[in-house]
Design a protein around this ligand. Structure first.
Ligand code: F3S
Length: 394
């Protein structure tokens, strides 16, 4: 890999131990993946923010970096953390967990990272632009950034994204290069309803069918940001898709992409039913958790409209609505209605919170949560659309 004099100086420790450590990691990743150089990034989005997922080892790593003077060089946002900072008691979180979690957020803050903690940073103050190189972790967010916005990022891990944020560069390989952004399979979609839940099923079906690669969808109409985040999350969890195109819709597909000679996969009712069946492992639930990825203002409004004028009758089942602090602040009227049923939690989610200490059976409308709740949170899962889930508590 060829480094500029300035990059080499950082690697030699001239900017301090924190920057040196970060450069070492970015260069090491570049060598593993055959990058020839580094590329400047416009922004970063970091995962590894929940104490549940990074533990004491991660806390120590962050403390060392911060003590070494590391600071981010580009606008950087953070993924959800293990609790709502102001309402962790309502989430059955222990004071010990809360203390460590707050320490982690503080350390990120010391390094200059914005303390908004959401997996939908593009709905807030970190909006990627077409053609920009960025270093994003969080599998759903980075796929939205690549596909819906046309920015360029690999599927970064938490430490890699943080290191890139510190030096303001990442290794130039993978999805930063034109050659790797071309479609690898054509997905012909039929009998598609077009609801957000249908996008969850579609993403699950495609993730199960193709695992990795770059799908090129045909048969979808214009897609909204809610559809994009749901589809991205599902394909990233059921497979490891980090970039997708929709014919006539997404930025790079609009520019024209060559799909001649590619294998076709048909997704229709049968494949969507198989996706649905795979994720359903519970008949009754203790917790209904909505907002994976975090609820957008439109989704908040839609849920509030469904709940308006109704009463919570089922006292045995809790419901959590997960969103970002900024969306919660924007939607005060909707929040009032939703709070009659359960807490609107900010900057956390059902997967990165330690729910396994309290619940064993959780319901979700998200294929991503449906994949992760059994493995990361020891939950049996009910997977259904929001109107059906709300009937459980009405
Ligand atoms: Fe976001 Fe948590 Fe789902 S981080 S994408 S709500 S698993």
């Amino acid at each position: 890999m060829i480094l500029t004099d300035e990059e080499q100086a950082v690697l030699d420790g001239e900017k301090g131990a924190g920057f040196q450590k970060a450069m070492e990691l970015v260069v090491a990743l570049g060598k593993v993946y055959g990058a020839e150089s580094l590329v400047d990034i416009a922004s970063a989005h970091l995962s590894g923010a929940s104490y549940k997922t990074i533990g004491d080892g991660g806390l120590k790593y962050l403390s060392d970096l911060a003590a070494g003077g590391a600071k981010v060089s580009v606008p950087s946002t953070l993924n959800p953390v293990g609790m709502d900072r102001g309402r962790w008691k309502e989430m059955h979180i222990s004071p010990e967990f809360a203390e460590k979690q707050l320490e982690i957020i503080d350390l990120y803050g010391k390094m200059g990272i914005r303390k908004t903690c959401s997996c939908t940073p593009y709905l807030g103050d970190n909006v990627p632009k077409k053609g920009q190189h960025i270093a994003w972790a969080e599998s759903s967010a980075l796929s939205v950034a690549n596909s819906y916005f046309g920015a360029r990022t690999n599927r970064e891990g938490g430490p890699g994204a943080l290191a890139a944020a510190i030096i303001g560069k990442t290794a130039n390989y993978g999805l930063h290069l034109d050659a790797n952004r071309r479609p690898t399979k054509v997905i012909d979609v039929s009998d598609f309803g077009g609801s957000v839940f249908d996008y969850s099923l579609l993403g699950q079906a495609v993730g199960m069918e193709m695992g990795r690669g770059v799908p090129y969808f045909r048969g979808l109409r214009d897609i909204a940001i809610e559809d994009a985040k749901t589809l991205s999350a599902a394909m990233a969890a059921a497979g490891s898709v980090a970039l997708w195109h929709v014919e006539g819709c997404t930025p790079e597909a609009k520019d024209g992409l060559d799909i001649s000679g590619l294998e076709h996969i048909s997704i229709g009712k049968e494949e969507m039913k198989a996706a649905y069946d795979k994720l359903n492992t519970a008949d009754d639930v203790q917790l209904i958790a909505l907002g994976c990825p975090h609820l957008s203002p439109k989704e908040m409004h839609d849920i509030a409209s469904m709940l308006k004028g109704k009463k919570k009758r089922n006292r045995d089942t809790e419901i959590w609505f997960c969103t970002s602090e900024s969306v919660r602040e924007q939607c005060t009227e909707d929040v009032k209605i939703m709070e009659e049923f359960g807490p609107v939690l900010a900057d956390t989610c059902m997967v990165v919170a330690p729910i396994e200490g309290t619940f064993r059976r959780t319901a979700t409308n998200s294929a991503k949560a449906g994949n992760y709740l059994p493995t990361l949170c020891s939950q049996k899962v009910m997977f259904a659309d929001i109107p059906d889930l709300l009937k459980v508590i009405e």
